[in-house]
Design a protein around this ligand. Structure first.
Ligand code: C5P
Length: 247
């Protein structure tokens, strides 16, 4: 089955980023939101505080895990880490595409098509100024992201993590079957926090994201379920608008 087909079984295109380090908070978010979403993202914050136990907890609730540890190391180390993640039964995992084709190919070989593999392109907290001044990358963000996505595809990865702003360029190069997962999601009226290349839930899906990652817009809201329903409502209204436009 292609990675894209596996998405058909998900309750929604939303992934919740469990960026908390208290297991009780993480467990409460899973309990509150598991009727709306199928996939919960465990990143370095939660994994370094809770370890694999949190992965078992999410699986025991009938949900899937997106292990977002953004591996970036020598090919052998990344391959062994991917092998361990596969044994834990995670649904998706990430590595930095800037680790290069050889590193990503080692990950691909270690995964034996049992996990969806994504390359992180340019973090949504990085803008053109940081790219140029700090990282000394002279090409534009969209060119750099497109280049990293192309490398991820050549290495055999299923897709990439990228901001809403680069989706159309990635699609042109990597095609419709390539997965695009978009973080940096904010409601139009809310604070960006440390994110720079942001989009609303509907904007990201309209641009062509397959999945969106939503963290603080929901996890920091006073009522998590209300915030979740706001996301779902925005996505449903967008589907109705698209259908009306087509008719
Ligand atoms: O709270 P917020 O919605 O900004 O969280 C976004 C999540 O997506 C964080 O867990 C962050 O690590 C992750 N992420 C990102 N940009 C990327 C890749 C992952 O913000 N390019």
């Amino acid at each position: 089955m292609t990675a894209k087909k596996e998405l058909n079984s998900l309750k929604s295109p939303v992934i919740i980023a469990l960026d908390v380090d208290n297991p009780k908070q993480a467990e409460m978010l899973v309990e509150e939101l598991k009727d709306y979403v199928s996939v919960f993202k465990v990143g370095s914050q939660l994994f370094t505080s809770q370890g694999p136990d949190i992965i078992d907890f999410i699986h025991n609730k009938g949900c899937k895990v997106f292990l977002d540890l953004k591996f970036h190391d020598i090919p052998n180390t990344v391959a062994l880490a991917v092998g361990n993640a596969v044994k834990m039964g995670v649904f998706m995992l990430t590595m930095h595409a800037s680790g290069g084709i050889e590193m990503m190919r080692s990950a691909y070989e270690a995964a034996h098509s049992q996990t969806i593999l994504l390359g992180v392109t340019v973090l949504t907290s990085i803008d053109e100024e940081i790219l140029k001044n700090d990282l000394q990358i002279e090409i534009s963000t969209k060119e750099h992201v497109s280049h990293l996505a192309k490398m991820a595809k050549i290495a055999g990865l299923n897709g990439v993590v990228a901001s809403s702003e680069e989706i159309k360029y990635i699609r042109q190069i990597c095609g419709e079957d390539f997965l695009i997962v978009t973080p940096g999601i904010r409601f139009q009226d809310s604070d960006k926090d440390d994110q720079k290349r942001t989009a609303s839930p509907a904007q990201a899906i309209n641009e062509g994201a397959d999945l969106i990652v939503v963290g603080r817009s929901i996890t920091k809201a006073s009522n998590h379920e209300h915030a979740m329903e706001k996301v779902i409502k925005e996505l449903n209204e967008r589907s109705t608008e698209t259908k009306t436009r087509k008719n």
